[in-house]
Design a protein around this ligand. Structure first.
Ligand code: NAD
Length: 392
């Protein structure tokens, strides 16, 4: 073995497994790092299907038992790309076996699981083991830049945060009951799946925590056909047998942030026509910033300190070599996309492993999001009663 190799074993090979494979394949070809990711094993339940996936996605071998895989001596890092019900179990086993962990978001299905994961990550850190939660939008260069501008005081004191994450993939009541629509597999619905992203990214960009919420959730379609097959966000129904939807279809909440800002959040899978629309806007005493995932190379900046006759939103094309991550890619003006956020994520994880530092977002950051999800659900169950977010 080359001593600078980080040998990766990944569990799950559908939507996120494919995105992460792309990142592991690309990272050392684009970024100059002192360690090299080696795609050693991919794990799934169906031997034939996972062998085909290994071949297609570039993994050296395939496995069918994640427990055996996380124990193997030739694996240094476990990448968790399976539904939330398995995150805690796999992460705890991998950390106990001394393996670094990259775990997809949301960190877990419950606060208790997330707390156990944080405790295990803290214990493993003492032996140099690193853990990271996959909130990949932190690595969209325009959002990384947004955080830098906020931290540099360019928008002054933040008054408003406005965050929406809108999808429409289950508007059809005949769309089947996939794992994302069941509490035991997904933890929650739109709230934990896409609401978790806007909670994390706004806390990251503003540097403020959500401290209290008033929530409202709704499940519009309460019964759906059972799935015959499913992968990622697409699925086929099996026939006429149905089952109950046990998570929210949409979640809205008001929030107060630790630095005095007030905020609104909306996460829904019923925004007809909106496919993956995430928008974040921040209004401060000295300016505003706005981001739209459908135009992810752009950041809008309103600088209130400019002369009145020049004021207006400026569209910053975030493709200059001075912008986060961009020096490694193409000449200015040549855009990057969704998949690059995952390459940046594993770049930062490998860099943290190489330098013996803690990667962000940590499992503690994942727990913070979980505590907000929990507060929103408790508030919604109490008809929107103001609910404090528990401390870590
Ligand atoms: N960062 C993001 O933007 C983003 C986007 C989508 C999903 N996710 C997260 O990624 C995770 C996976 O979601 P997805 O969309 O890839 O789901 P998916 O349905 O596309 O894939 C799930 C994978 O898990 C595998 N799997 C399920 N149970 C297993 C088991 N017991 N052993 C081995 N493999 C098993 C399935 O075979 C499949 O390969 C979830 O936590 C989800 O919230 C994150």
């Amino acid at each position: 073995m080359n001593r600078s190799d980080v040998r990766v074993g990944m569990v799950g090979y559908a939507f996120m497994g494919t995105a992460h494979s792309q990142a592991w394949r690309t990272v050392n070809r684009v970024f100059d790092l002192t360690v090299r990711a080696r795609m050693v094993a991919v794990c799934g339940r169906d031997a034939t299907a996972v062998a085909a996936a290994a071949d297609r996605l570039g993994w050296e071998r395939s496995e069918t038992d994640w427990r055996a895989m996380v124990e193997r001596d030739d694996i240094d890092l476990v990448d968790i790309c399976v539904p939330g019900e398995l995150h805690a179990e796999i992460a705890l086993a991998a950390l106990a076996a001394g393996k670094h962990v990259l775990c997809e978001k949301p960190l877990a299905n419950t606060v208790d699981e997330a707390r156990a994961m944080v405790a295990a990550a803290d214990a493993a850190r003492r032996s140099g083991v690193r853990s990271m939660c996959g909130f990949n939008y932190r690595r969209v260069p325009a959002l990384t830049l947004m955080r830098s501008l906020v931290a540099a005081g360019r928008v002054g004191e933040i008054r408003h945060v406005r965050a929406t994450y809108l999808q429409d993939w289950i508007v059809d009541p005949q769309f089947p009951l996939v794992w994302r629509l069941r509490r035991e597999t997904a933890g929650s619905g739109a709230l934990g799946d896409i609401g978790a992203h806007i909670i994390d990214i706004t806390q990251y960009v503003t540097g403020q925590r959500i401290i209290g919420v008033s929530g409202l959730t709704e499940t519009f379609v309460k019964e759906r056909p059972l799935p015959a097959s499913s992968s990622g966000l697409s699925a086929a129904a099996s026939g006429t047998t149905t089952g109950p939807v046990t998570v929210d279809d949409a979640a809205l909440f008001l929030a107060r942030l630790s630095g005095g800002a007030i905020a609104t959040y909306e996460a829904t899978r019923f925004a007809t026509g909106r496919k993956n629309g995430m928008r974040i806007e921040i209004n401060g005493s000295a300016g505003s910033l706005a981001f739209d995932l459908e135009r992810l190379s752009e950041l809008e900046f309103y600088d209130a300190s400019r002369p009145a006759e020049e004021q207006g939103f400026t569209r910053i094309l975030v493709t200059e070599p001075q912008h986060p991550y961009m020096a490694a890619w193409w000449p200015p003006g040549h855009l990057i996309g969704y998949e690059h956020s995952f390459t940046h994520e594993v770049r930062d994880l490998l860099e943290a492993i190489a330098t013996g530092t803690d990667p962000q977002p940590s499992f503690s950051d994942g727990l913070e999001v979980q505590l907000v999800l929990d507060a929103v659900e408790r508030s919604a169950a109490a008809e929107g009663a103001w609910t404090h977010v528990e401390k870590e």
